[in-house]
Design a protein around this ligand. Structure first.
Ligand SMILES: [Zn+2]
Length: 162
């Protein structure tokens, strides 16, 4: 058996000695030698991040990740993948502030130097743009973080207690 083996997410197979190569995770050679290694489905990192950013299930890319604006579905409505194990916490807010802050610092500088708008107009435009961009990015960053956690089997996504 080579490293191209594909195993469905629910199927766990006791590995025979020598099955450790390639896409197995959370196994080591000692386990493989004993025949106790668990072969788990590969979860590619970037597709999971991209699907999460698009607010889709990191597993199938079809089902909606969120029930509402930011509440993550307990499971994917399309494929049934359990999603409630995520622990995005304040990571999405941190990333949103980081990105919006850096973009707005540049925009502020550029617009002020180039156009010298009225301060009230300037402040209003910056506020509307900052809030709008933040609201747009926040669920996308949250989806991407859930995708990372799902892909790397963090927290409960690995089938173990957190
Ligand atoms: Zn799904």
């Amino acid at each position: 058996m080579d490293d191209q083996v594909q195993i469905s997410k629910t199927e766990r197979v006791m590995a025979a000695p020598g099955m450790i190569e390639g896409r197995t995770r959370r196994t080591d050679r000692a386990e493989a030698a004993q025949g106790t290694a668990v072969i788990e489905e590969d979860r590619p990192f970037w597709p999971a991040v991209r699907r999460g950013f698009l607010r889709r299930c990191p597993h199938c890319g079809e089902g909606r990740l969120f029930d509402g604006y930011l509440k993550v579905n307990d499971s994917c409505p399309a494929c049934g993948e359990v999603l409630k194990h995520h622990r995005a916490d304040d990571g999405p807010a941190y990333l949103t502030i980081l990105v919006v802050g850096h973009i707005m610092a540049f925009v502020m500088h550029f617009v002020w130097v180039q156009f010298r708008p009225e301060p009230l107009v300037f402040a209003t435009l910056l506020t509307v743009f900052s809030v709008g961009l933040s609201l747009w990015l926040l669920p996308r960053f949250k989806g991407a973080i859930v995708g990372i956690q799902w892909s790397r089997r963090m927290h409960g996504f690995g089938g173990h207690r957190d």
